[in-house]
Design a protein around this ligand. Structure first.
Ligand SMILES: [Zn+2]
Ligand SMILES: [Zn+2]
Length: 209
């Protein structure tokens, strides 16, 4: 992966386009982070749940008006589509799926003791290597690594979660507390140059990989 530095524009529509142009898959997240649910036309049938209303289509080409359909599976690098999405909804936050973008993210929430959990972890395994970091608008911190491409635990302690199969919001999204997400280092984003520390990958997964 080539290392790229991106200056992130301060407004959501331009920032979303900047990410997509740089090859980062993004999708819209409603400001209230409402949970995603697919409508009948968008929910692919399964063996257990047949769905006669389903219309076959790719998530990023969805034209239904329910804005929650497909969740992060609709994330795209299609700049024209991203421009259209944010023209329709300029206050939508910018979501980015982690694994699909090649990231594994440590999510530290001090309100739930994440700072203490991180201190305990670093006492045990040593200080984590420096990499790209994002300040969440709510006092938290994202430490972004390159994904190891294996399954990871969802949490490493209270307030210390691993975002891998899920998504994160990207700067300048607005946190529920009203603050904006921002990248540390003068608001620039850099593709994470540092691999996920293998010491944080469960032993049995490491052996199988
Ligand atoms: Zn739908
Ligand atoms: Zn759809």
């Amino acid at each position: 992966m080539t290392i790229q530095t991106l200056q992130i524009p301060p407004d959501l529509p331009s920032a979303a386009v900047a990410y997509a142009s740089a090859g980062i898959r993004v999708f819209r997240v409603r400001p209230d982070k409402a949970p995603f649910a697919n409508c009948a036309r968008c929910r692919p049938p399964t063996e257990k749940r047949p769905n006669p209303f389903y219309i076959e289509h790719r998530p990023e080409e969805c034209r239904c008006t329910a804005r929650t359909c497909h969740g992060f599976h609709a994330a795209t690098t299609d700049v024209d589509l991203v421009r259209r999405w944010w023209a329709e909804q300029p206050d939508a936050n910018i979501g980015a799926p982690c694994a699909l973008n090649g990231w594994a993210v440590l999510d530290i929430d001090p309100r739930h003791g994440g700072d203490k959990s991180l201190a305990v972890l670093e006492e045990r395994i040593g200080v984590l290597p420096g990499t790209v970091m994002q300040l969440t608008g709510g006092g938290g911190l994202h430490i972004v690594f390159r994904t190891p491409g294996v399954s990871l635990p969802g949490t490493l302690g209270p307030g210390l979660d691993v975002k891998h199969n899920g998504y994160i919001l990207l700067a300048p999204s607005v946190h529920s507390s009203g603050g904006r997400y921002r990248w540390s280092g003068h608001g620039r984003f850099l593709q994470p140059p540092v691999a996920w520390p293998s010491v944080l990958t469960p032993r049995q997964v490491r052996r199988a990989a």
